[in-house]
Structure formats: C-alpha cells, structure tokens
Design a binder for this molecule. Sequence first.
Ligand code: F3S
Length: 649
Amino acid sequence: MGQTLTEKILSDHLVEGELEPGEEIGIEIDQVLTQDTTGTLVWLQFEALGLEEVQTELAAQYCDHQTYQFDFKNTDDHRFLRSAAGTFGAHFSRPGNGICHNVHKENFAAPGKTMLGSDSHTPTPGGLGELAIGSGGLDVAVAMGGGAYYIDMPEVVNVRLEGELPEWATAKDVILEMLRRLSVKGGVGKVLEYTGPGVETLSVPERTTITNMGTELGATSSIFPTDEKTKDYLARQGREDAFEEVGPDEDAEYHDEIVVDLSELEPLIAEPSMPDNVVPVREAAGQDVEQVMIGSCTNGGYEDILPAAKMLEGREIDKKTEMIVAPGSKQASEMLARDGWAAELMAAGVNFSESTCGACIGIGHVPASDSVSLRTFNRNFEGRSGLEDDNVYLCSPEVAAAAALAGEIVDPRDLADELGDLDAPGFELPDAYDGSKADLIAPDEAVDDGLVKGPNIGDVPLKDPLDSKLEGPTLLKMEDNITTDHIIPATQDILMYRSNIPKLSEFTLSRVDESFADRALESDGGFLVAGENYGQGSSREHAALCPMFLGVEGVLAQSFARIHKANLFNFGLLPLEIDEDTYAKIEQGDDIEIVDDVAEAVRSGQEEFTIRVNDDWEATGHLDASAREREILADGGKLSHTKKQYEQE
Ligand code: F3S
C-alpha cells in the first residue's frame, strides 16, 4: 500500500511506535521555532537541561507578539532571547522583523522536514511540504535538546482541490470554505493533506494561507506536496537549494476525502465571533465598517498586500473608515517601500504598523465600541481584538480593501461593477524577494555577551524525583470546570511575569482564593482537590508549573482536561481521579496521605492508589497514565526526566 506524504515524512523521522491512527509515536524534529511570549520559558527550560548547544538542524527565535515594548519587562525578554539564541546556537529575529511564521517561511521552511513550534500557527510552512506541528514550550525545549516529540498518530485526510480560482476568489476563501464545511472542530486529530489538480494553480504564499488556518479547523497540521511552484518560490527567495520533491504515492490511502472545487468559490467572510461563521460576502454586505486591517501570519505577505495596494492606487478610502496595514514581515514592508506601493497605500489614507502580531492579540488598534472591524487575520474570537463585545469579521485582502473604499462590507465584484474601472488585482509574486536580512541574526553572527537576564527573568525550578511517601494538607477544594485561567490568569499585568516563575506563582489560583499561594508555600507540600474537568481551557504550561513551584504534590479530581493532565505529568504532579463520594467527603484542610510507595507504584504501572484522609478514612484514587508518562512523573517531570536521560547517554 502506498503512503501519504504525511506518512512518508513521519516514517523518515520515526524513532518509536507505529503509524497507526491513535497510537503514540515518537518523531525526530529537524527544525524548531519559538516566539517571544513562549520563548523565554523554552530557553530557561533548555538551560535547565544542562545542554550547551541546540541539537536540531535549525532553531529560530522570533520576537513578534509584544514588539511594542511597552514595559521594560518586554524589552528585557527580547534581550534575553537574543542572548539565549546566541549562546545556544539559534537564529534570532529582532523585534519588528516580522511574525514568526512569515519570517520562517521566507528564510527556513524546507520540504520534507519536521518542525515543532511553540505557537499555534506553526503548521504554516506546510505550504512548502514541511510537516510542522504546534506544541507546548517544554516539548520544544526537549526537541531542541535532541529528544523525540511524542504525539498520537493523526488520521490523514485528503483534501482534493479541483479547478482554478475565479477572479476575486482567493486562497483565503479556500480555507474559509473549509471552515464553513467542517467547523472549528473538523480537523481535530487530523493532518489535512492537499492534493489534486487544483494544487498547481496555487503559489506557495497562497498555500501557506491555507495551511496557516488549518489551525482554526483544529488540525494537527496541514501540508501540500511540492512542485515547480515550490521550486520557483524558493528560487525567488534565493533558497533553491532547499527544494526537494515530496508528495504522496499514487496509491496512497487516506482516512477520508474532501473535494473542493476552486472554480466554484466566491468571496467569503467569517462573521463574528468564530472563524467558522462563514457566509458569502454578499450576504453580509451593507454594514458600515469603521476599521480595516490587513496583516497577520495569514495574509501579511508582500503578495497579500499587493492586491489591496493595486485596488487602492489613485483612490482614497472612505472618510468614516480607518485602514491599517501591518505587514507580516519586514521583508514585505521593505519591498513595498522600495517599489512604491507603500507610498500608494499611504496616499490612499492607509497607516502602516510595524511588522508584528499586534492587533491580532489585542495589542494596539482596538476597534471602537459598537463598530465593525474587517481583518485579514485568522481568528475573531470574542474579545481577542481587545474590545469585549467586538464585531470582527475575517476576509481576504481584496474584500478588506473593497470595504475600505466603500466604507461598508461589499462584495468586491459588486464594487467593481459600480466603479467601472476596478480590475481584479490577481495574485502575483515579485521577481525576487530582495529584502535585507539585517534583522535576522545567524548563530555565527551572534553578539557574544552570555546569557543576559534582567530582573524579571528567573530560573526554572526543577522538581526532585517522586518520593515514596506523599502527604500533606488539602490546600484548596475547588468545584467543577476549573480552567487554566483560574489557575494562572492570562491578563497582561500577570502574564508579563511568565519568565519569572517565583513572581508569577504568587497569582496561582488567586481567582479562587487570594491567600492560596502564601498558604501553599507555608505548608511546603499538599494537594489540590477538584470536581469534574479540572484544568480545561488553554494548554498553558504555567498552570502546572506554578503549583509545582509552590510545592503542590498532586491533584485529586473527579476528572481532568486532557492537555492539562499531560502538563501535570510534565511538571511532576500526581493526577489521581477520585469518585463523587470521595470528592464530596474531603474538606479543605484535611490531611491526605497516599499510603502506597508512590514512586515504586507509579513506575510499576499500578492504577489504584489508597488515599488516607485525616488518618481516619480511606478512599481510592485512580492513575490513568501511559508507561512513558509514568516514567516522566516518577522522575519529577519532563525536564528532570529528560535531563536524566541525557546524563545516562
Ligand atoms: Fe501572531 Fe496572530 Fe499569527 S498572534 S502568530 S499573527 S495568529
């Protein structure tokens, strides 16, 4: 039986397991990517592993999320990241040089490679045939140290593209159509592999718009085969050497197939406040638009901005509308400036932002209250723009530019009819991507100033191996559905301490009980007790790391959210499931003792643990963990576990 492209790349990199959907596999990672909000912890963890040099073929550190440096802590983070990249051998992209996925696509993405990145849109380079997966920072740190990345083997779905895009329909409409059909959950546990005759009609930047937003479908990754278009794009970037032909076998078998006829697509738009709320633009037409933004890792390329610039050339945007272009990379900004398009856009009434995520995460350009903002971004979750009850629509640059001209949502085809002289701009690549690389610092160009840690950068705590005896008080009893936001709030004033674990830990569970952190530190050990679905929400590792720093030994809950449970293993906290009666009976302050020889029991695969409460009554806790998770837990978490492995080698 033939293999899919995904299976081929995975087989080439397989170090453990078999390629059976749902089975855990370990793969070798070629490239890693981190950005500024996740990178500081990644490097602190890498430092804690005791390694001197990055072991992957390539590592790249970008500064894109908080480039405005509104607090010295951001600037300190960036300086630390520069010094860490230089010390350990990673490329460093200065703040303002662009969004990680754009800069990576331009400079490093390569067919047939595996990549791991601590950002959710890491799969973007799938448009060049690279299998790229987003993960937690700790996984990235371990991969940089040469460790395998473990993941459940995804199902591979064939997305067959047929036909060719008509005028005014774009790659953004392809992925919006996928979202319309499959919803934001449609890709979970899957790799979406694009095939069919429609592939060769799309350039690499169009493909990366599609692979980028595979994340909104929940997909593990999205990937295209490579062809002449890939070779051509790499040549224009001056990287033809990176080309390799990769693709599925002709008789490859897929788990499922979806057919998209490109020729049937029309301009689409995602209405507030979900990326899968997709309708044809003509159905949303007529609403006033106060803000238009072109940018982000989805549509921030030179080629994405060019169609809008052509549409706006010699015209002015509507008087009640503001329009901002935030190029995805400085390469794009510089080229737009050199060839005069930046001036055309400015003359039309457009303002330029530095190349940053910025408004995509609510940093700057917050929409006015009770107004419509049209953006070429990938997410419009309520409140993400920085305004709680916002009205953010997602669309292509063409639809965005049409709205800026009309001052309202309009199907660009209708606007073209009305204006009479507005041609479909098409999608073209520049002859050569000739931006400077001054802001991209290679490891051999690094400033040799050691690791520079400002006052807000602390060390990462390492946990000792699990004790044979675990005992301590019930530090906090919580209800059902405690989220990672309850455990560590993600507000700006708190998250700026993400590289300072002692300080950040002071906020642990403060939304549930303000005195928690003090009590936990004082008691030097203890347990958390919770109802159903403990740790739901984001994959935030700090929600396990901070309780660990405060000395929490384990969590007894009726059930755990999947990712948080994995994080509890990764940071050495024992997650035991308890039944409803036990939960009801345990009170805050009760003394808990795990009667078994815990370290031994965890390693040996024991599933039932005896919990003695107040030396008075006993209950059973259930440990559901794979052999690998048990070893990690017993060694004191993934960092200690990995460090031990390195020391044994
Ligand atoms: Fe940045 Fe938004 Fe993309 S935060 S990485 S531009 S999804």
